[in-house]
Design a protein around this ligand. Structure first.
Ligand SMILES: C[S@@+](CC[C@H](N)C(=O)[O-])C[C@H]1O[C@@H](n2cnc3c(N)ncnc32)[C@H](O)[C@@H]1O
Length: 370
């Protein structure tokens, strides 16, 4: 049932995904490195690239454009003159607004052709609806997987967290068992993800994944506080005023997990099919969204800092990714009120100059040659 707000409205993901766009720009140098490594080993006549959790909006095709341009640049350096066929797969859950993506394809391809020039392509696009926690592609059919801001979503709410009262994620007042149940679900999901991708990747194929993470080993002390605890606080004020039933609020938990680097690495090692080339943490200050990692900020993908961005609004960003889930549990009637309260709480935190940061973990993997 998970999907972001589709369409092009005020609270749509398409209009509120500047933060995630910034995350792509901060980490795309790692994707470039992975593609270069791949080309050092292979000379394919066609390349199959899949973006997992592609969503809809300008991030989807911006990323594809970036990856294709990188491949073309690498090929030029290697003096590969014959045109390369691109097979691009865009994956997301069934509820995703694939129509919006496909509608923008003709214009996108025209612009890309103009930008790259010469004999570029052809490019074949495919939508792949389904969960990335299951098989999506035939065996050994994909050269490169990419995923950004998606893998922190779990396949389901963990079982056994009925005692997580007053919280919608792991919070400072959550019993220890809640953190353990979330971690267990992450382990199960992430190992399944790795297993499926290992089957689908060609030998030596690459994968670059970026997900929200934490630097502390304690899951209740992390970026998750800002992302979900503020929304939980807004919900609690509605419970206190009798607008939302306490039982209803207590039974809502977000299927999301913010792992530490060690937790991610442990799953990669345990699954065993991949070489871990790098695992990097980067941070964005959500108040003004100024880069902390300098080297990536020189990337040509996006030059603007979010400090000046008129299209960045943290509260609306959270609304655009979580509203469909909340509507399913609470109904549509309370949404406006809930998000007004959430916006006020966020504004209060920012006005007090509380530093709200989002940590991202990026991992670059290569499928082992066995
Ligand atoms: C915040 S959006 C990120 C979109 C895009 N990659 C970006 O960086 O802007 C997360 C996306 O992951 C998708 N997603 C979550 N769980 C998924 C799953 N199990 N399989 C496929 N897509 C999933 C959601 O539907 C959503 O579109």
């Amino acid at each position: 049932m998970l999907h972001v707000n589709g369409g092009m409205g005020n609270t749509s993901y398409a209009n509120n995904s500047r933060l995630q766009r910034e995350i792509i720009s901060m980490t795309c140098s790692i994707a470039k490195e992975a593609l270069t490594n791949f080309y050092n080993q292979h000379i394919p006549t066609s390349i199959t690239i899949a973006d997992l959790g592609c969503s809809s909006g300008q991030n989807t095709l911006m990323l594809v454009s970036y990856l294709i341009k990188q491949v073309e640049e690498i090929r030029q350096k290697l003096h590969q003159r014959l045109p390369l066929e691109y097979q691009i797969f865009l994956n997301d859950l069934h509820g995703n607004d694939f129509n919006a993506v496909f509608t923008s394809l003709p214009r996108f391809l025209e612009d890309l052709g103009t930008q790259i020039g010469g004999d570029f392509g052809p490019c074949f696009f495919n939508g792949v609806p389904g969960s990335f926690y299951a098989r999506l592609f035939p065996t050994k059919s994909v050269h490169f997987f990419h995923s950004s801001s998606s893998l922190h979503w779990l396949s389901r709410v963990p079982v056994g967290i009925e005692n997580n009262k007053g919280n919608i994620y792991i919070g400072s007042t959550s019993p220890k068992s809640v953190g353990e149940a979330y971690y267990k679900q992450f382990q199960k999901d992430f190992s399944m993800f790795l297993k499926c991708r290992a089957e689908e990747l060609v030998m030596g194929g690459g994968m670059v994944l970026t997900l929200v993470g934490r630097t502390s080993e304690d899951p209740s002390k992390s970026g998750g506080y800002y992302i979900w605890e503020l929304l939980g606080l807004a919900l609690n004020t509605m419970v206190a005023e009798g607008i939302v039933e306490e039982k209803k609020a207590d039974s809502f938990n977000i299927p999301y997990y913010i792992p530490s680097p060690k937790e991610v690495e442990a799953e990669v090692v345990k699954e065993g099919s991949f070489i871990l080339n790098q695992l990097k943490a980067s941070s964005i200050n959500l108040n003004h969204t100024v880069h902390k990692t300098e080297e990536e900020s020189s990337t040509p993908l996006i030059n603007n800092s979010l400090a000046d961005a008129t299209d960045y609004d943290f509260a609306k960003c959270i609304q655009s990714v979580s509203e469909p889930l909340l509507i399913r549990h609470f109904g549509e009637a309370i949404m406006d009120e809930l998000f007004i309260r959430h916006r006020n709480i966020v504004a209060g935190c920012m006005a007090k100059h509380r530093i709200m940061e989002c940590i991202n973990l990026t991992i670059s993997l290569t499928k082992k040659i066995s």
